[in-house]
Design a protein around this ligand. Structure first.
Ligand code: LLP
Length: 424
């Protein structure tokens, strides 16, 4: 469910017509619906009612300050994966003791910053990281709260680039080594290991992998407790998928997912952390773009728009499907054509849709790329010296630019001329 609907033939974000925003902000722009963000958070929280669950929003999915603040205001913690995200989470008002720090490559500086901030827990991904963390914490006269991420070797049955829980993936320690690594951790002075973490992948639309992974997670917790470790929390990760094709039957939702969590982890007498990203923000955001040209090629028709792979790389990187809707329902003749929707970046891989049945659009028409709230703006780049798109948030009949469009001057100003090239 989301809040992008047609009214009087114009696609609205909540109560605001998107063509009005386009006229004021220009295109392309991302638009987020506050009502959808809060609704998704509340539905997820409700699904876990009665369980001691802390929802830590995986801000990698969308790290705009207004988005993070929306969830923090609802009571969420935050899952961060870099020192940069930690700083952003704190700037957005996140409580340090509700922040978990995941990621395989935590630098010394990042670890020190997280220790200074007093975060809830480090999700440690390897033995060398454990040693480094202990050494840094000891040197600072403190003890780091730690969960160790277990790789359950379960196939999440999602795109190969976003599956994380297979033995061949770089994440976590093999579950078979858990006892050994926890024993080592218990002997280190600078860490206190109280949790077990797991995250098996993203855009998961089948609950069986969760079922297998959480069964393994519960088994690991029992084994570690039998070894004498005091495990007080588990982190079940994120990954729940969203419907990208609105015509398709929806994938399992929060209630079905929560039932799996409850079944395996509900009786462990632990605090349960979850790290959802996409399910909270995915269909709370869209990307609005304008048609520049329609070009009839030898084999294909190309609808050339002003957004490109630098704005939304998901189709290029993961063969992802995003529904496309005309902002003005009357735009595009009803006669359907099959076309590629492409941007202006000089790469054949630059497309938003391929071989898509669409109305025949014309230059000046506005298109909404749906379900672009997760891993959209955050994965954008300035390739081809294309400034980062604007981001807008709507709430009821109000709207605000929550990240202004980057200017080309700003972009160029980030470069420095080497002294020997500077004009004399
Ligand atoms: N926790 C950890 C440790 C993660 O690595 C991730 C996502 C999440 C939580 C949140 O997963 P979610 O609930 O959003 O599925 N760029 C890709 C997705 C990459 C996901 C990376 N890790 C895409 O556009 O599909």
């Amino acid at each position: 469910m989301h809040h992008f609907q047609y009214r009087d033939g114009v696609l609205h974000a909540e109560d605001v017509p998107l063509d009005r925003i386009a006229a004021e902000v220009g295109t392309p722009f991302y638009c987020y619906a506050h009502a959808t963000l809060t609704r998704h958070y509340r539905v997820l929280r409700e699904a876990f009612a009665g369980l001691p669950v802390l929802i830590c929003y995986a801000m990698k999915a969308n790290s705009n300050q207004s988005v993070v603040r929306t969830f923090v205001t609802e009571g969420a913690g935050v899952d961060v994966v870099s020192g940069g995200e930690l700083q952003r989470a704190l700037a957005a008002g996140a409580a340090p003791d509700a922040i978990v720090f995941s990621g395989v490559a935590k630098s010394r500086t990042e670890i020190a910053a997280a220790l200074d901030a007093g975060i809830l827990t480090f999700n440690v991904e390897s033995e060398p990281e454990l040693e480094r963390l202990s050494a840094i914490a000891t040197a600072r006269g403190t003890v780091a709260p730690v969960s160790i991420r277990i790789n359950p070797d379960v196939d999440a049955r999602t795109h190969r680039k976003i599956t994380t829980g297979r033995a061949e993936n770089k994440f976590g320690i093999p579950y078979q080594k858990a006892r050994e690594v926890y024993a080592r951790a218990a002997s280190l002075p600078g860490v206190q290991v109280t949790g077990v973490a797991m995250h098996i992948g993203s855009q998961i639309t089948d609950l069986d992998p969760y079922d297998a992974a959480y069964a393994r997670l519960a088994e690991v917790v029992r084994t570690l407790r039998a070894d004498g470790h005091a495990i007080t929390h588990v982190d079940a990760g994120g990954g729940l998928g969203v419907p990208y094709r609105l015509d398709d039957p929806p994938p399992p939702g929060p209630n079905a997912y929560a039932a799996v969590v409850r079944r395996h982890l509900g009786d462990l007498d632990v605090t349960i952390l979850i790290e959802p990203g996409r399910v909270l923000v995915g269909n709370a955001g869209i990307l609005v773009t304008e048609v520049e040209y329609v070009k009839t090629g030898a084999d294909k028709t190309f609808i050339i728009v002003d957004a490109a792979m630098n704005d939304l790389i998901r189709p290029t990187l993961y063969d992802a499907h995003h529904d496309l809707l005309p902002v003005r329902a009357a735009d595009g003749s009803p006669e359907a054509i099959t076309a590629d929707v492409v941007g202006g970046v000089c790469e054949t891989g630059d497309y938003l849709a391929r071989d898509r049945a669409l109305p025949r659009f014309e230059a000046g028409d506005l298109l909404a790329v749906m379900t672009a709230g997760a891993y959209g703006a955050v994965q954008s780049s300035t390739y081809n010296t294309r400034p980062l798109a604007a981001e807008v948030m709507v709430r009821g009949d109000q709207w605000a630019v929550v990240r202004p469009r980057q200017s080309t001057d700003d972009l160029i100003a980030m470069d420095r001329l080497a002294p020997w090239l500077a004009p004399s």
